[in-house]
Design a protein around this ligand. Structure first.
Ligand code: NAP
Length: 314
C-alpha cells in the first residue's frame, strides 16, 4: 500500500474538494487526503504533500516529507513561510499558465499601445480627440524575468510585431529577444523600453527593485505592467512618478496586500488600472495532470522533479 499523500491548503473548501477529487482520479493508486482529515499515523507516513497556500504549521506536522508539490507557479510565500530547512519544493510549471499569461501580457500591451487609458479618460468628459497611432514595431516592450512566463510572453509579443527586450539573472540567449542581465542590463532595458512588464519572482534581490531611481531611469511617458508580485515595486515611488507624469500609466494585477484595501490610492488614480490578480489563473485540469505525472514519475524512478533553489528564492 502506498503512503498517503497529504493535501494541505488554505483555499476555499469547495476548491480543495475539487482538487482532491481530480487528483484522486489521476492518481488512482494513491490515497490523497486533506490534511484536516488525516490521523497522526497517516501524517507520520506521508512523504509527499501537495499544497496551495498551506498553513506552515500543517506542513511542519508532516515530519517525514521527502518533497512538497505546489499547485501554484509562484512559491514566494511558501519559501518565506517554510524557511531554508523546508523539504524540496517543486512548483507548478504549466505551459498552459505560460499561454494564459502571454495572452494577458499581449492584451494589456495592446491596451497601452492603443491609448485606451486616454480614451477612457476622454469618455468621462465627452471628449472627441484622436491620438496618433503607434505601430507595434515602433515600441519596445522590456520584460523583467525571462523564465517560463517571460519567454511565453516574449513569443506572443514578437508574433504581434513588438520589439522585445528581456532581463534575467543569468546571461542567456532567447530567440527574437534583446537579452540583458546584471545591473547594467537592467539600466539599459529601463532606458530603452516604452512598456516595462514585470514577470520576476519575489526574492530578496527583487523586493523593492522598481524604486524611485529605477523609475527615473525609465523613458519619460513610459508605461508599466506588473503581473508578478506587488512588492517588486515601491508603491510610494510609483505613485510619485505617476503624479509627476513621468510614468504615463501602470497596469497592476498584484499588490503587497491582497485584496487591495479600499483606502489604497491606486483605486482612484487616473493613471492606474487595478486588476484583482487575474492575469494567469491556474487551470485545474492541466495543473492536476502535471502534478499527477510528476508524482507517478517519482514513484516509477525514485527521482524528484526539478525543485526550486530555496536559498535563491525561486
Ligand atoms: P521562473 O520560470 O522561475 O522565471 C523567473 C525569471 O526571473 C528567470 O528568468 C530568472 O532569471 C529571473 N530572475 C529571478 N531573479 C532575478 C534577479 N535577481 N535579477 C534578474 N532576473 C531574475 O518563473 P515564472 O514561472 O516565469 O514566474 C514568475 C513569477 O510570476 C512567479 O514567481 C510569480 O510571482 C508570478 N506569477 C503571477 C501570476 C499572476 O496571476 N499574476 C501567475 C503565476 C505566476 P534566470 O533565467 O537567470 O534564472
Amino acid at each position: 500500500m502506498r503512503k498517503p499523500i497529504a493535501l494541505v491548503t488554505r483555499i476555499d473548501r469547495s476548491d480543495e474538494l475539487a482538487w482532491a477529487a481530480l487528483l484522486a482520479k489521476l492518481l488512482p493508486e494513491s490515497e490523497i487526503l486533506p490534511f484536516h482529515a488525516m490521523d497522526d499515523e497517516q501524517r507520520n507516513a506521508a512523504e509527499i504533500t501537495i499544497v496551495a497556500n498551506p498553513d506552515p504549521r500543517d506542513v511542519a506536522a508532516l515530519p517525514n516529507l521527502a518533497w512538497i508539490h505546489s499547485l501554484w507557479a509562484g512559491v514566494e510565500r511558501l519559501v518565506a513561510e517554510l524557511g531554508e530547512a523546508a523539504p524540496a519544493i517543486v512548483r507548478l510549471e504549466d505551459p498552459e499558465l505560460g499561454r494564459v499569461m502571454a495572452e494577458a501580457v499581449l492584451a494589456w500591451t495592446y491596451y497601452l499601445q492603443r491609448d485606451m487609458p486616454a480614451y477612457r479618460r476622454q469618455q468621462q468628459t465627452a471628449t472627441w480627440r484622436q491620438h496618433a497611432y503607434r505601430r507595434p514595431g515602433d515600441l519596445t516592450v522590456g520584460i523583467l524575468g525571462m523564465g517560463l512566463l517571460g519567454k511565453a510572453a516574449a513569443g506572443r509579443l514578437n508574433g504581434a510585431g513588438f520589439r522585445v527586450s528581456g532581463w534575467a539573472r543569468s546571461p542567456q540567449p532567447v530567440e527574437g529577444v534583446d537579452m540583458m542581465d546584471g545591473p547594467d542590463g537592467l539600466d539599459r532595458l529601463l532606458r530603452t523600453s516604452d512598456i516595462v512588464v514585470s514577470l520576476l519572482p519575489l526574492t530578496h534581490e527583487t523586493r523593492g527593485l522598481i524604486d524611485a531611481g529605477r523609475l527615473a531611469t525609465m523613458k519619460a511617458g513610459a508605461q508599466l505592467i506588473n503581473f508578478s508580485r506587488g512588492q517588486i515595486i515601491v508603491d510610494g515611488d510609483l505613485l510619485a512618478a505617476l503624479d509627476a507624469g513621468h510614468i504615463a500609466h501602470a497596469v497592476l494585477d498584484v499588490f503587497e496586500t491582497e485584496p487591495l484595501p479600499p483606502t489604497s490610492p491606486y483605486w482612484q488614480h487616473d493613471s492606474v488600472t487595478v486588476l484583482p490578480h487575474i492575469s494567469a489563473p491556474t487551470d485545474r485540469n492541466t495543473a492536476a495532470r502535471i502534478v499527477a505525472d510528476n508524482i507517478k514519475h517519482y514513484y516509477a524512478t525514485g527521482s524528484l522533479p526539478t525543485a526550486i533553489d530555496i536559498r535563491r528564492g525561486y
